[in-house]
Structures are given as structure tokens and as C-alpha cells.
Design a protein around this ligand. Structure first.
Ligand code: FAD
Length: 482
């Protein structure tokens, strides 16, 4: 196994700078923004930052690096939370940022598609789609900073997967520079294409280890005439899923978002964002943020269904947003949760998925296991419950800071992480539902992926990137099989 790659010598640095021109590179000393981890756990390093402005420039940079065996770390918005976009142990690799490749190349109205460059910020794609009365359904709290190249490289999920699928399900075509510097271009908005292996899906979710995505053709969907956002007070995560099942029976596939939040989580958010408040007079243990959209009348129909549920055990109370401002306030409670976790000192942020039928039992099991480790630990359990995707954020006991706790109880920090992983295995789940492996979870992948899967991952890496120049150290610590 080989994980060694070279630092670029002065000739290689000269050649790289010549390809991208004066505007297209920065010395590592000016690269602080490329080295920041959104959760503050890692610091990136590099020998040079290159910012190509065309696919051809990306290809030339990759060819130079492949010839010289110099590692490349692809970088889009830098919002990845598993340190995939930063080299942490070595400054030999270069960072290749797609930020200057941020054009919408084409809106294909009749094909219901849009062709965008990899550095397009997700929210800007939303704006481009809505200018044509269409929508691009991929969305998440980081939408103002993350870019479509990173979204595809991580097969991002987010808040509308329950109805519209992951990034993978919204991508029709892809253009990428492969590790040998060749350009793979398949941007046609075809809905059906069974001509051999689907290389688009191989590149999606590959976290920059198989090539650099430079552009993509994405699905656009019609905007639903009516959208309604509701915060529901519920007894338990299981009751939330029963409520979801019940609404689906009545209203079909109109629910476009289904987010679980807890009383502890909402209090954490309102403590750190005092302009926000919990819109109920009584206290409840669990909440479900639910959004439905569809033809005119969906609001009335949903309100009728919820009204009927208030008489049973499924729903204790509900607040239906009456204006865009109220809708935003409800979403702010959810979207500020990652920042509130960080501000509150969360030392563990899990990203697990289990089969939907097992979510209730999984949450009960992990909660038991974590409190057995230390009864004072506080848990913010929330997430995309409609996809079985639960984020457990674990905070130190009240009054103890994260740094103090991590320094004095490293064994507890490790035990909590392992307990969540073990519970995930018990419930046939995945230790990374939507964030990927990056550099944070390489050991977990080795522990939890089957030997057959690991061998295949290495053989694919080896076939496409024999010199291990693409994001070395991400996903597999030891690089390709030889
Ligand atoms: C507040 C917050 C909320 C979030 N919510 C969600 C959520 O709900 N769902 C979710 O899935 N994620 C979420 N994330 C994580 C993150 O936003 C996603 O993983 C996102 O897809 C990363 O995109 P990016 O452009 O920032 O990529 P980066 O962070 O720049 O890179 C991520 C990975 O992709 C690789 N990469 C980047 N660009 C390319 C490219 N062009 N070609 C090949 N490889 C590339 C990088 O090397 C790295 O491995 C959240 C993050 C934050 C900070």
C-alpha cells in the first residue's frame, strides 16, 4: 500500500502557477480560509492553493500533479464536517479550489435541467432556478456557502431528501477531470442511459478521491403552488414517524421535510440565538418540523388532518406558520442547531442512519448507552427523521466546558463515539449517513465496512488513481490496493 506523495518542487510550483496565471493561485500563508474546519477540530495545511477558472486549467493542473506525484485536495465551499477538504498531517499536497468556476452554463427549460459549474454556491442555484419558476430541491443549513461540486462529491442529503432524494438523485450528468488529467464529459440531461457502468454515480460520493467534478447537469422541478410549515409537539420520535405515516396516507407524497428536534435541542438553540423562541405555551419532550407542499389547497387539507390527530395520541399541539416570517422563524430553530451545538460545547457529532422502522429503538438504545457511560452527559438528538438519519450531539455535563471535559475525560469522549457506532451496527445502520468519511472517519470505515467492501473500494481507487494523488488520506488512509 502506498500513501506517499511528493511535495511540489520549485519547477512544479512554477508550472502550476503558469497554468492558472497570477489571479489563479495563493501561497499557503494567505490560505487561512481553506484550512478552517466548520467544527473547529482540525487545521488544514497545503503547499499551494490553486484556483483554476476552467475545466481545461483543472486538467492541466492535474496532469502536472500526476506526473510529479503531488497530492491534490479538492475544495468547494469548505463546509464539509469530516475534514475531507483539508490535508491535516502534511503540507505537501496542493488545495484545488473550484470557487472561480461558478457559472450557470445553461438552463434547459424543456429538459427540466440546469448545467452548472462545480463552484456554484447551492443557494445561487436555487435563485437561478426560481428565476425560471422552477426549483432545485437539494437544501441544507450550509446552502449559503457549500457548492454543488462539494455537494455531489459528498452525495449530500439535507432537509428535502424525504421527498426528492439525495444529491445523487438530482444529478443527470457530470463533467470531471480524472486523476490522469483526462476530461470525462457526460453532461447530457438524459433521463435514461444504460450504456455500461454509471460513472456519474461512481464519482458522486467519492469525496474527491477519484477525480475533480468540474460541472454537473441537475434536475429542476416545478415549484409547488402552496407550501405549509408546521411545528408539531409529539410524545416521542416513534410517534413522529407514526404521524408521518398517517399524513402520507391522507396526502400522498406531499411532505417535503420532516425534522426531529428535542426540547433540549430547542432550548440550546434559543439560549444561543435569543431572538428565537419556542412557540408553545406548554413544555413538550419532542418536536417535529414538517413541511408539505403541493397543489393549492394542501394547507387546508394538512390542517384538517392535523386537527383530527390532535384528538388522538399522535399529536399534542401544532403551530402552523401563517406568513413567510413565521415560516423562517420555525426553520431558524432547526437551521441554527449545528451552530448551537458548537456554541454549547458538543464534543461528539454523529451522523448515523438506521432503517426508518428502527429509529425509535435506536434513539432509546443510544440514549441508554450514553447515560450508562456518564449520567451527566447532555444529548441533543435531532435530524432528518424521515430518512432515518439521526444526529446525536453529546455535550459535557452542565457547567463544564468542552475543552476541560475533552482534556480530562478522553476515555469518555471515545466511549461515547464507540457506543453510537456499536448501536448503529446493532440496528443495521450506517456510521455516515450524509457527511461522508473524509479524514475523520477512516478508522470507523475500516472497523464497520465489510472486508469485501473495503477491498472493492481499494481496487476502484487503484484502477482510477494508481498514484494516489486525488485527496490522499481521505476515505482510505492507506490509498489504493497494489
Ligand atoms: C451548518 C452546516 C449544516 C450542514 N448540513 C448538512 C446537511 O443537512 N446535509 C448534508 O449532507 N451535509 C450537511 N453539511 C455538511 C456540508 O455542508 C456538506 O457535506 C456539503 O455537501 C459540502 O459541500 P462543500 O462545497 O462545502 O464541500 P467541501 O467542504 O469543500 O468538500 C467536501 C468534500 O468534497 C470534496 N470536493 C469538494 N469539491 C469537489 C469537487 N469539485 N470535485 C471532487 N471532490 C470535491 C472535498 O475534497 C471534500 O472531500 C452541513 C455543514 C454545515 C457547516
Amino acid at each position: 500500500m502506498s500513501s506517499s506523495f511528493n511535495a511540489p518542487g520549485s519547477q512544479v510550483l512554477h508550472d502550476l502557477k503558469a497554468v492558472v496565471g497570477d489571479e489563479g493561485w495563493k501561497p499557503a500563508a494567505d490560505g487561512a480560509r481553506y484550512f478552517e474546519d466548520p467544527r473547529g477540530r482540525f487545521k488544514g495545511r497545503a503547499s499551494l492553493i490553486v484556483l483554476p477558472d476552467s475545466t481545461e486549467q483543472v486538467a492541466q493542473v492535474v496532469r502536472i500533479c500526476n506526473d510529479a506525484k503531488v497530492g491534490i485536495v479538492p475544495f468547494s465551499g469548505g463546509t464539509g464536517v469530516v475534514a475531507g477538504q483539508m490535508s491535516v498531517d502534511s503540507d505537501a499536497a496542493i488545495v484545488l479550489s473550484l470557487e472561480r468556476m461558478n457559472k450557470v452554463r445553461e438552463v434547459l427549460i424543456d429538459d427540466g435541467a440546469i448545467v452548472v459549474e462545480a463552484g456554484c454556491i447551492l443557494e445561487n442555484i436555487h435563485h437561478s432556478a426560481s428565476a425560471h419558476d422552477l426549483m432545485f430541491p437539494l437544501s441544507m443549513a450550509s446552502k449559503g456557502s457549500c457548492c454543488i461540486g462539494g455537494n455531489l462529491a459528498t452525495n449530500a442529503g439535507g432537509i428535502q431528501v424525504v421527498r426528492h432524494g439525495n444529491a445523487r438523485d438530482l444529478c443527470l450528468g457530470i463533467e470531471a477531470v480524472l486523476p490522469d488529467g483526462s476530461i470525462y464529459s457526460a453532461l447530457s440531461p438524459l433521463r435514461k442511459d444504460n450504456t455500461g457502468y454509471d460513472l456519474r454515480h461512481l464519482l458522486i460520493g467519492s469525496e474527491g478521491t477519484l477525480g475533480i467534478i468540474t460541472a454537473a447537469t441537475l434536475v429542476l422541478k416545478p415549484v409547488d403552488p402552496e407550501t405549509v410549515t408546521v411545528l408539531c409537539a409529539i410524545a416521542s420520535p416513534g410517534a413522529g414517524l407514526e404521524l408521518y405515516k398517517h399524513i402520507r396516507k391522507q396526502l400522498g407524497e406531499s411532505i417535503s421535510a420532516l425534522e426531529l428536534m428535542s426540547d433540549f435541542g430547542l432550548r440550546l438553540v434559543t439560549t444561543h440565538f435569543p431572538a428565537l423562541s419556542i412557540p408553545f405555551t406548554e413544555d413538550h419532550d419532542w418536536y417535529l418540523l414538517l413541511e408539505a407542499s403541493g397543489p393549492t389547497g394542501i394547507r387546508d387539507r394538512l390542517e384538517e388532518v392535523l386537527e383530527a390527530c390532535l384528538e388522538g395520541e399522535l399529536l399534542f399541539d401544532a403551530v402552523v406558520a401563517q406568513s413567510q416570517t413565521q415560516q423562517k422563524s420555525l426553520w431558524d430553530l432547526r437551521e441554527n442547531t449545528p451552530e448551537a451545538n458548537r456554541a454549547g460545547g458538543a464534543f461528539c457529532n454523529s451522523d448515523t442512519s438506521v432503517p426508518i422502522s428502527k429509529v425509535g429503538a435506536f434513539i432509546a438504545q443510544t440514549t441508554r448507552m450514553i447515560h450508562d457511560i456518564h449520567p451527566g452527559l447532555r444529548m441533543n438528538t435531532y435530524g432528518h427523521i424521515g430518512d432515518g438519519n439521526i444526529h446525536h450531539n453529546v455535550l459535557p455535563p452542565e457547567g463544564i466546558s468542552k475543552s476541560e471535559f475533552v482534556a480530562t475525560h478522553p476515555e469518555i469522549v471515545k466511549a461515547v463515539r464507540m457506543a453510537i457506532n456499536e448501536a448503529t451496527r446493532m440496528f443495521d445502520g450506517s456510521i455516515s449517513a450524509e457527511h461522508g468519511i473524509g479524514r475523520l472517519k477512516t478508522e470507523d470505515l475500516e472497523l464497520y465496512a465489510s472486508p469485501e467492501k473495503q477491498a472493492l473500494l481499494r481496487r476502484i481507487k487503484s484502477a482510477l488513481d494508481p498514484n494516489n494523488i486525488m485527496n490522499p488520506g481521505a476515505m482510505m488512509t492507506d490509498g489504493p490496493a497494489h
